[in-house]
Ligand binder design. Structure first.
Ligand code: ATP
Ligand code: MG
Length: 260
């Protein structure tokens, strides 16, 4: 099977500082990759490069059979196929939930409003928020707004979803409801690249853990191996605080987790 995403010898600088250094990463369709690593190691930058929010400096980046680093890449078009959700959800405050979700499909993708609305409602139903379709963002909790942000992205029918610490700003009781949505997408076979500090979630959801440090990928292993037998001293040190994760069964459901 050919990879959906392939970084090869990929580099990125901010001024003099090299923040991504020779990244080689292949992602197959349907794979769930969790990227872990200490603060500042380049996780967000890697995701941002993938959808063109940052400019690359060498190497190659193939997506769905296309080289994205070629001149002339239409990033607006690429971004419709690469959904991204961040820590802050940025819903438009003056628009209802449904209008927020339909903005991309109708205004950007020029889809028929009725057809897009049917999909939007099905997605809202799936994340348990169909009854909020006419509400405004300020009337929703952080966890609800984040689930709406995920629906907004999904409604564009992306080939892959990128999640960058989507639960980091949420109150603890709202974290699970968002993680469950992501675990549901993983189960349905959606290709996902996830940056998270929720280690138990990472263990439960990932097909592969990519461990980064100082702009490099140091390890790529299935979670059972990464969490029980990390190969590098850097990863061992990183995991010291999370030794409980190694004991979790492979079939862990998010709702069963005692998130710290
Ligand atoms: N716009 C920018 N200008 C200059 N340097 C930047 C910029 N964005 C990020 N950096 C630097 O690039 C490096 C990687 O940052 P990045 O945000 O990708 O790290 P991260 O792994 O996502 O960290 P965290 O876990 O804290 O979110 C850091 O040293 C950071 O200071
Ligand atoms: Mg980050």
């Amino acid at each position: 099977m050919s990879a959906l995403i392939e970084f090869k010898g990929f580099n990125k600088f901010f001024g003099e500082q090299q923040v991504l250094n020779g990244i080689d990463l292949k992602v197959q369709p349907g794979e769930v990759i969790v990227i872990l690593g200490p603060s500042g190691c380049g996780k967000s930058t890697l995701l941002r490069c993938l959808n063109g929010l940052e400019v690359a400096h060498g190497g190659s980046l193939n997506f769905a059979g296309r080289e994205l680093l070629d001149k002339g890449t239409d990033w607006r078009e690429v971004r419709q196929q690469i959904g991204m959700v961040f820590q802050s959800y940025h819903l438009f405050p003056h628009m209802s939930v449904l209008d927020n979700v339909l903005l991309g499909p109708v205004k950007v993708q020029k889809r028929d409003r009725r057809e897009a609305r049917a999909q939007a409602e099905a997605l809202l139903e799936r994340v348990g928020l169909l009854d909020k379709r006419d509400a405004f963002p300020r009337q929703l909790s952080g966890g609800q707004q984040q689930r709406i942000a995920i629906v907004r992205s999904l409604c564009m029918n992306p080939k892959v979803m990128l999640f960058d610490e989507v639960t980091a700003a949420l109150d603890p009781e709202m974290v699970k409801e968002v993680l469950e949505v992501i675990q549901g997408l993983a189960r349905e076979g959606m290709t996902l690249l996830i940056v998270t500090h929720e280690m138990a979630f990472a263990r439960a959801v990932a097909d592969r853990i990519v461990f980064m440090d100082a702009g490099r990928i140091l390890e790529q292993h299935p979670p059972e191996i990464f969490f029980t037998n990390p190969q590098t001293a850097r990863a061992q040190q990183f995991l010291e605080k999370f030794s409980f994760v190694a004991a979790l069964p492979k079939t862990t459901q998010i709702k069963e987790l005692e998130l710290p």
